[in-house]
Write a protein that binds this ligand. Structure first.
Ligand code: MRU
Length: 349
């Protein structure tokens, strides 16, 4: 049973405080949108699909006490809530996909009583959780066929249960391959600056009984050259229409190294991570985070006072480095230098 990262329990959003892992497994019950918004910004909850789910419940929390009597006033209040949530983190498109879906849902039901609209929005958020679970399972199924018995996979950041409502995207593939009786070993980059690999993926994979080896980010090239890696498998925060992928900082470096070493590089994500409105990865907004994430670590100040920093939380891997993108719809392979998503075929859900 995968760990439950996010749940809706009696009008509260229950999340694992991921900043405390692996030392402590602590839960937070968010009963208002502000607490949830802060949890998103501070990475207590993180990972693109989980952010989409959190945003949907953020809307539910944000409008639950609305005393609006007519649709226009209700809509204004809801837009304020959506705007606040949209400012929490900019890169993972699932967050915006989910907010748009909640807005569309309210709009479609605007003729109903406000009380009823609130209940419908809660149902919609629950539906988003349900769909994420289904996507995870299907991504796992689709991707497991690519993994051979005895293979070693390198992954980055955390694209597992801790980033979704179920067992994850990239890690879901590994779990599914294991369920099918394949032996899989995983190398995990520590993923500086916030160490999602060392803290979260290492914890999650050990918990699931997977053989895991932790390396520092700057060791990936050496490990590949030594022939230890068969495939690289990562998640995504946003995929542009040409298949360029934004994911945790360091992913691009891995993709280039993988190409140099002849290792297939795959991305796994739900279709809701694909942003067909952006023609290339150049248009993906990259989150810039606080310098203290670089200057401090291991509980103390590392770098000298006064040092300048630059801290982009994500990078963009051009599609030409990617062998395929695995979604719940199938494995989208590269044609030339781009990955084509057949819009008409995939847009009906
Ligand atoms: O900053 P984070 O921890 O939210 O970044 C998460 C990642 O980059 C994940 O790899 C990505 O969201 C895929 S999650 C299935």
């Amino acid at each position: 049973m995968p760990i439950k990262t996010i749940e809706w329990i009696e009008g509260k959003v229950k999340i694992i405080d991921q900043t405390k892992l692996p030392q402590k497994l602590e839960y937070i019950y968010c009963k208002d949108v502000e607490t949830l918004r802060e949890a998103i910004s501070s990475l207590k909850i993180r990972g693109a699909p989980a952010l989409g789910i959190a945003a949907a419940f953020g809307v539910v929390l944000g409008i639950k006490d609305s005393s609006a009597q007519d649709h226009l006033s209700f809509q204004k209040e809801m837009e304020k809530v959506i705007d606040g949530l949209a400012r929490s983190r900019p890169t993972a498109v699932n967050l915006f996909w989910s907010l748009r879906r909640m807005r569309d849902c309210a709009e479609k039901n605007k003729d109903k009583e406000i009380k009823e609209i609130k209940a419908i929005l809660e149902k919609e958020a629950l539906q988003i959780i349900k769909e994420d679970k289904r996507c995870n399972r299907q991504i796992g199924e689709n991707g497991a066929s690519l993994i051979e018995d005895g293979e070693t996979i390198l992954t980055h950041c955390n694209a597992g249960a801790l980033a979704t409502a179920d067992y994850g995207t990239a890690l879901g593939i590994i779990y599914r391959a294991k369920e099918k009786g394949k032996k899989v070993k995983v190398y995990i980059d520590e993923t500086r600056p916030l160490l999602q690999g060392a803290r979260l993926t290492a914890w999650e994979l050990l918990r699931e009984g997977i053989e895991v080896v932790l390396i520092c980010d700057n060791m990936a090239g050496q490990v590949m050259q030594e022939g230890k890696i068969d495939k690289v498998l990562v998640g995504a925060d946003r995929v542009a229409a040409n298949g360029d992928v934004a994911n945790k900082i360091g992913t691009y470096m891995l993709a280039v190294l993988a190409k140099e070493n002849g290792i297939p590089f795959y991305v796994a994500c739900p279709f809701s991570s694909i942003d067909l409105s952006l023609s290339s990865g150049k248009a993906i907004p990259i989150e810039q985070r606080n310098s203290s994430e670089i200057t401090n670590g291991w509980g103390k100040r590392i770098a000298p006072q006064g040092i300048k920093t630059y801290n982009p939380a994500f990078d963009v891997t051009p599609a030409r480095y990617i062998k395929g993108i695995i979604t719940e719809k199938g494995i989208h392979e590269k044609k030339g230098d781009v990955i084509i998503f057949e819009k008409e075929k995939y847009l009906q859900r």
